[in-house]
Design a protein around this ligand. Structure first.
Ligand code: 7RM
Length: 592
């Protein structure tokens, strides 16, 4: 349950200035609206839906569902019977209804995006590819493919220099190939959208998970549209004049929900960035923040920790006066990194929205609202509207008050996934079987005395040392609190007596060298912060850690390294495979 009053001690507050203009200006207002979203979802989502274009109205209730496997098939239906088009809502509506046609979308206007298919010149085709996700025309994509290969050699590389690549020879087949130029010449700017049903598939995004084959997470049109639009608007407190920048990879769910759909649905102005935060130097992010006067900035803890390694000089070199709200996503943010983000990057002025969510949830599910929720460093705080979390113990009993266990959700919100594409069985087994009646996130979670939620990491990554369950986040956070450590990853290594022993990988700050006294200090630090049970058995110096492209540490790979097992399984999502070989070479040989 959400407390009536927000706590007053050990919390950080959004500025008074922010509260003045905010959509949700106080904790009381949040609570009031939250209760409405749970008790009267039809009214709550009905109000949200008013801002969107519907070709036909819904005929069914706003939300219909079954979350209980013992009662039949799992399903979620939102606004059944309504027809709309998401691309129309993201582009046409902004131009025609909201008169935002001349506003910058991605430093390129909405009007230009709308009439894009008629203008594309060679140079722009690779840009438009980014909009495929929002495009309703499959023929267009077919056309793109041929043009893309033709223009491959002209694509610029990360450094922005022209690169010459061999042109793939695609023979012209008059049976299937059409000439772009002759088709586009004289084509009309108008194209009637394809009117889709609410529950028509929108996209399928494959998520690897820690084990098993990737699952095709299916999202549908209306629910995903309203959910990403609403979370974007309220979690970043979107206001006219904002310049928003999400540094995520567009292929990650964060790129879908919070670079593409959410911001465009709000007519927001965004910075779209393809590049490295460390090139040409580690001040790149803040240089861009100043250049475009970015007001809302969203990145991952891994990026924050990486930049933190280089200290505050490269940050304070830039003004960053435009910043108003900072966001993080992807992993638990350790309080150390939170403090740095808050104090250095945000100059103690900007609230941090620590947004917990998954590919499966479509949008934020646990998150602060910048002007309403007092923040605690490392906590994703409270549920978003329509979301009802619970913490269960191993027997599936709901825990009340301060507690720790499995994070689950008791009812759907509009943006939740609808199925695993082509495998409803796997959908039900993965998310609904363990605890009938609940959506199981697979994450561990703690709730404190004030009702705040703290994600402790994936349940599969939990460590079991002599029967004591330890969260990876907790041990890693204790290591990172040491001034020498930039990043840490902890895994369990089988132990004949304890069950598991702690094998810790640490990346040191720029300029620090690894040695025995430091190792001893680190062991002592964890022991003091958490307890004797958490004393690391092994610590390995790790100049780099295996991560996915979205920055998540692949602990599954680290577990193999800790045990010197070379068969790593599927590592296709690994961003940089060279780090793995390096880690195998520098293993600490257990002194048995
Ligand atoms: C958005 C995204 C999902 C998993 C999720 C968690 C972890 C994400 C946070 C977080 C703690 C956060 N989608 N996670 N955000 N843990 N605090 N704010 O990351 O499908 O790629 O990953 O990421 O374990 O289950 S995802």
């Amino acid at each position: 349950m959400i407390p009536d009053k927000a706590p007053k001690e050990d919390v950080f507050h959004g500025s008074e200035e922010l509260k003045k203009e905010a959509h949700i200006p106080s904790f009381e207002k949040y609570k009031e609206l939250y209760m409405k979203s749970i008790d009267h979802p039809d009214e709550f989502w009905g109000d949200v839906a008013k801002d969107f274009f519907w070709k036909t109205k819904h005929t069914g209730p706003f939300l219909e569902y079954n979350f209980d496997v013992t009662k039949g098939e799992i399903y979620v239906k939102f606004m059944e019977g309504a027809t709309t088009n998401i691309c129309y809502n993201l582009l046409d509506r902004n131009v025609h209804d909201r008169k935002l046609g001349d506003n910058v979308a991605f430093y390129c206007t909405f009007q230009k995006h709308l009439s894009a298919p008629q203008r594309y010149q060679y140079e722009s085709i690779s840009n438009r590819r980014r909009f495929k996700a929002a495009s309703s025309s499959t023929e267009q994509i077919e056309l793109d493919r041929k043009s893309d290969t033709e223009t491959a050699q002209r694509e610029t590389d990360r450094e922005g220099k022209e690169k010459t690549r061999p042109v793939p020879q695609v023979p012209w087949d008059p049976e299937v190939d059409l000439c772009w130029h002759s088709l586009i010449r004289g084509a009309s700017d108008e194209c009637e959208p394809e009117w889709c049903e609410s529950e028509d598939p929108l996209f399928i995004l494959y998520t690897s998970g820690s084990t098993g084959k990737p699952k095709g997470v299916l999202h549908t049109v209306s629910g995903y549209m309203l959910y990403t639009a609403t979370t974007f608007k309220l979690v970043f407190d979107h206001q006219p004049g904002d310049v928003y920048w999400c540094t995520a990879d567009i292929g990650w769910i964060t790129g879908h929900s919070y670079i593409t759909y959410g911001p465009l649905a709000n007519g927001a102005t965004s910075v779209l960035f393809e590049g490295l935060p460390t090139y040409p130097d580690v001040g790149r992010m803040w240089e861009i923040v100043d250049k475009y006067s970015v007001t809302k900035f969203y990145t991952a803890p891994t990026a924050i920790r990486m930049l933190m390694k280089f200290g505050s000089d490269p940050v304070v070199k830039y003004k960053r006066e435009s910043l108003k709200v900072l966001g993080t996503v992807g992993e638990p943010i350790n309080p150390e990194a939170w403090q740095w983000y808050y104090n250095v990057v945000g100059d103690k002025r900007c609230p941090i929205v620590d947004t917990f969510w998954q590919t499966e949830t479509g949008g934020h599910v646990l998150t602060p609202l910048p002007a309403a929720t007092p923040m605690k460093p490392g906590s994703a705080t409270f549920p978003f509207f329509g979301v009802v979390p619970a913490i269960l113990n191993e027997s599936g009993e709901e825990l009340e008050g301060p507690s720790e266990g499995y994070l689950v959700f008791k009812q759907p919100w509009p943006g939740v996934m609808r199925t695993v594409y082509g495998n409803q069985q796997r959908f039900e087994t993965t998310y609904f079987k363990k605890f009938p009646g609940y959506y199981v996130t697979g994450d561990g979670c703690r709730r404190d005395k004030d009702g705040y939620y703290w994600i402790t990491g994936r349940i599969d990554d939990m460590l079991n040392v002599s029967g004591h369950l330890l969260s990876t986040a907790e041990v890693e956070s204790a290591l990172v609190e040491h001034e020498a450590v930039a990043e840490a990853a902890v895994v369990g290594r089988p132990h004949p007596v304890k069950g598991e022993s702690l094998y810790c990988f640490v990346t040191l700050n720029d300029g620090v060298t690894y040695n025995r006294p430091l190792e001893a200090e680190l062991k002592k630090q964890v022991r003091e912060k958490i307890g004797a049970i958490a004393t690391p058995d092994y610590i390995q110096n790790a100049p780099g850690l295996p991560k996915t492209r979205s920055g998540k540490i692949m602990r599954r790979v680290l577990r193999k390294i800790a045990c010197d097992e070379r068969d790593l399984g599927d590592i296709s999502t690994l961003a940089d495979s060279s780090v793995v070989e390096q880690l195998f070479q520098n293993r600490c040989c257990p002194a048995v």
